[in-house]
Design a protein around this ligand. Structure first.
Ligand SMILES: N[C@@H](CCC(=O)N[C@@H](CS)C(=O)NCC(=O)O)C(=O)O
Length: 203
């Protein structure tokens, strides 16, 4: 199995999940700064994922799975003993999917103006205000429990990955001490340290 990633991008979430799951995997990085995006080995990345973005998980069969929410659940299901996702068919599994969709649509994509060099300062401020409303909703829940579902899951890995972007954009989480505590809890996990190290993100 090979994970196509860009250091620090949303692909960090399946990278952490693979480490949490203890599964064997390779990685290949994709240069998102040039068009067309090329992989480390010089391949036009659209030949691997025609959507052009990371992450993509390539199987030995040559098939490719994309979208963080789908890849995270696939990884969790490969190592059920690690309990990274509730069992399929249970209400808790749909709760996980509820969180993954929320993180993807409301938070992950909410950051788009921060990454867009054409976005104005006003557009970035508006985007951060909207993300803030979402974080206002999450924070009290993480004040009551350590992880989004109660037990640790791939939803936490996804949330951690996206909130980690606040460092790049010098956005403060001071308003939400529960989120700061959550980030610290996540940082303390060996799998998170491993993935950050492998992506060259630890100083
Ligand atoms: N819907 C996709 C979005 C993936 C995405 O936004 N990837 C970004 C990095 S975080 C990317 O590769 N952007 C480069 C591009 O779109 O050209 C998912 O959830 O996996």
């Amino acid at each position: 199995m090979k994970l196509y990633l860009a250091p620090g991008a949303c692909s960090l979430s399946p990278h952490i999940a693979l480490c949490e799951a203890g599964l064997p995997f390779d990685t290949e990085s994709v240069n998102l700064r040039e068009l067309p995006h090329r992989t480390e080995s010089g391949v036009d990345y659209t030949t691997i994922n025609p959507k052009g973005y990371v992450p993509a998980l390539e199987f030995d069969s040559g098939e490719v799975l994309t979208e963080c929410a789908a890849i995270l659940q696939f990884i969790a299901d490969q190592a059920p003993e690690m309990q990274l996702a509730p069992a399929n068919g249970t209400l808790e599994r749909y709760r996980l999917q509820e969180w993954l969709n929320f993180i993807s649509a409301e938070i992950h994509k909410g950051f788009s103006p921060m990454w867009n060099p054409a976005a104005t300062a006003a557009e970035r401020e508006a985007a951060w205000a909207r993300i803030g409303q979402r974080l206002d909703w999450i924070a009290p829940q993480l004040a009551e429990r350590d992880y989004l579902l109660g037990e640790f899951s791939v939803a936490d890995v996804y949330l951690f990955t996206i909130l980690n972007w606040t460092h790049y954009h010098k956005l403060s989480l001071d308003r939400w001490p529960a989120l700061q505590d959550f980030m610290a809890r996540m940082m303390a996990r060996p799998a998170v340290q491993q993935a950050l190290q492998e992506e060259g993100l630890l100083s």
